[in-house]
Design a protein around this ligand. Structure first.
Ligand code: NAD
Ligand code: IPM
Ligand code: MN
Length: 351
């Protein structure tokens, strides 16, 4: 199993170290190769996605990534900023399907800012399209108009085949779950998402057992807080999926609990927590590494088809939580507050 390990910036190295610790404890035949990305790539090679790093990622079976970004790079030209490195690697590897499972571990029901009864039993799979939409549409940029005023432009666009392939991912996943897909759009206002809705309806015909519903994104944001358990699979575009998945993470207790898998057509994948580099807590060994550890479990499941070890990791996370281990973000009265590295150790011990 050839894995490219890209720790990135901020808390990236701290959380990735814990996931690597867990993978190494599994007694698998692993080849791990580390390389810089994001701000670390810029520092090392003047490029947030150095050619060497991209090569390593392309040659690997899977990529394990921490996070990228730091305020100190915000004044660089956009092409050199950490976030562009992440967007480029997603595009280069054609990772169009981003799976973000919002699953509540029962032990964390009281860690959520929502009432325990609202989130108990929560299990949503957010399927976010990852290589299209306003993130990549042209034209884009900031230009100066004739009257001297500046104008910012981004273009929201999807073509039919991009929508169709993400629809198939969502429906296939729903077939293995509760057979419900909620497609989230803004079809009342945006033509891009009107097409999105049409294509979803067309693809749904190939999955007669799956119940398809549609929801406008503003309502979906509200429903996620009002009654989140109504959802099974949610499928949506790049920008709405970015926002809704951060929102959904709080239903699970913390953004530090939400893993992700970004897959291509052949399940080659990149695995990273859904959160960012958390510069506000970086270097203190206090970040929650569970989203990254759970992303490593997804790596075993989706790229290596190793359901046994994927479940083993997830059960170890559950056991560490049962034993009362909590990082600061999920700490509640009566539990044991531990550091990032101690949480990694607790999961390894629970394996
Ligand atoms: P963020 O997700 O980094 O942090 C938001 C808040 O959540 C912060 O208070 C942070 O401390 C907390 N948090 C995040 N992860 C945590 C964890 N594992 N444990 C405990 N607390 C955690 O989002 P932001 O502050 O908006 O962005 C910071 C930087 O990260 C920016 O440069 C942004 O572009 C980048 N970013 C990168 C990714 C990625 O690499 N996939 C994702 C989101 C943001
Ligand atoms: C994420 C992040 C990225 C995104 C940024 C850092 C480019 O927020 O992975 O959710 O918007 O996709
Ligand atoms: Mn995001």
């Amino acid at each position: 199993m050839k894995i490219a390990v890209l720790p990135g910036d901020g808390i990236g190295p701290e959380i990735v170290a814990q996931a690597v610790k867990v993978l190494k404890a599994l007694d698998l035949d692993l080849e791990l190769n580390e390389a810089p990305i994001g701000g670390a790539g810029y520092e090392a090679a003047g490029d947030p996605l150095p050619a060497e790093t991209l090569k390593l990622a392309k040659e690997a079976d899977a990529v394990l990534l921490g996070a990228v970004g730091d305020w100190k790079y915000d004044s660089l030209p956009r092409d050199q900023r950490p976030e562009r490195g992440l967007l480029r690697i997603r595009k280069e590897l054609n990772l169009f399907a981003n799976l973000r499972p919002a699953l509540l571990y029962p032990e964390l029901a009281s860690a959520s800012t929502l009432k325990p009864e609202v989130v108990a039993g929560l299990d949503i799979m957010i399927v976010r399209e990852l290589t299209g939409d306003i993130y990549f549409g042209q034209p884009r940029g900031i230009s100066t108009l004739e009257n001297g005023e500046r104008e910012g432009i981004n273009t929201m666009r999807y073509n039919e085949s991009e929508i169709r392939r993400i629809a198939h991912v969502a429906f296939s996943i729903a077939m293995k779950r509760n057979k419900k897909v909620c497609s989230v759009d803004k079809a009342n206002v945006l033509e891009t998402t009107e097409l999105w809705r049409q294509v979803m309806i067309e693809v749904a015909k190939e999955y007669p057992e799956v119940e398809l519903s549609h929801m406008y994104v503003d309502n979906a944001a509200m429903q996620l807080i009002r009654a989140p358990k109504q959802f099974d699979v949610m499928v949506t575009g790049n920008i709405f999926g970015d926002i809704l998945s951060d929102e959904a993470s709080m239903l699970t207790g913390s953004i530090g609990m939400l893993p992700s898998a970004s897959l291509d057509q052949n399940n080659k994948g990149m695995y990273e927590p859904s959160h960012g580099s958390a510069p506000d807590i970086a270097g203190k060994d206090i970040a929650n590494p569970l989203a990254t550890i759970l992303s490593a479990a997804m790596l075993l499941r989706y790229t290596f088809n190793d359901e046994a070890n994927a479940s083993r990791v997830e059960n170890a996370v559950k056991k560490a939580l049962e034993q009362g281990y909590r990082t600061a973000d999920i700490w509640t009265e009566g539990t044991n507050k531990v550091k990032c590295s101690e949480m990694g150790d607790a999961v390894v011990a629970a394996l």
